[in-house]
Design a protein around this ligand. Sequence first.
Ligand code: HEC
Ligand code: HEC
Ligand code: HEC
Length: 118
Amino acid sequence: MQERTRWIWLMVFMAVFLISLSAAALQNTGPEEMVLEGGRTGDVSFPHRRHQTALDQKCEICHDLFPQKIGSIQELIDQGKLKSKEIMNKHCVKCHREMKREGKQTGPISCTQCHDKE
Ligand code: HEC
Ligand code: HEC
Ligand code: HEC
C-alpha cells in the first residue's frame, strides 16, 4: 500500500516537472538578433538575446514600454503613444550612459555605433 502511494507521488511529481519544462521551452523569447527601424539615420542592429542575458531575463525593463512584437515601437509611434526617438533617448541611450558612468560593460552611446548611416 505504502509502495503504491510512493509511486503515485512520483508520477505526480514527474507530470508537474514535464509540464513546467515544456512551458519554459514554449516561452517565446523572440529572435536572438534583430534590426530596428532607425529612419533616415539608418537601421539599428540590436542584440536581443545579449540584452536578456545581461539584464538577468528582466523582460519588463523593455517590454513594459512596448509589447513583445516585431515593429511594436514603430506602431506606438504611429499611434502617437510614443514620440520618435523617445525609446532611443529615454531608454536605450539612457541605460547605456548610466551603466557607462558606473564603469560597467554596456552598449553604445554614439550615433554611428548604433545607426548604420551618419
Ligand atoms: C533591452 C530591451 C529588451 C529586453 C530586456 C527584452 N526585449 Fe524583447 N524586444 C526588444 C525589442 C526592441 C523588440 C522589437 C520591438 C520592435 O520591433 O519594435 C523585442 C521583441 C520581442 C519579441 C517579438 C518577437 C517577434 O518575432 O515578434 C519577443 C517575443 C520578445 N521580445 C521577448 C522577450 C522576452 C521573453 C524577454 C525577456 C526574457 C525580452 N524580450 C527582453 C527589446 C527587449
Ligand atoms: C543605443 C543605440 C542608439 C544610439 C546611440 C542612437 N540611436 Fe537613434 N535610434 C535608435 C533606435 C532604436 C531608434 C528607433 C526607436 C525610437 O525612435 O526611439 C532610433 C531612432 C532615431 C531617429 C528617428 C528615426 C525616424 O526617422 O523616425 C533619429 C533621427 C535618430 N535615431 C538619430 C540619432 C542620432 C542623431 C544619434 C546620436 C546623437 C542617435 N540616433 C543615437 C537607437 C540609437
Ligand atoms: C537597461 C539597460 C539597457 C537598455 C534599456 C538597452 N541596453 Fe543595449 N546594452 C546594455 C548592456 C548591458 C549591453 C552589453 C551586453 C553584453 O555585455 O553582451 C548592451 C549592448 C548593446 C549593443 C551591443 C554593442 C556591442 O558591443 O556590440 C547594442 C547595439 C545595444 N546595446 C543597443 C541597444 C538598443 C538599440 C536599445 C534600445 C532598444 C538598448 N540597447 C537598450 C544595456 C541596455
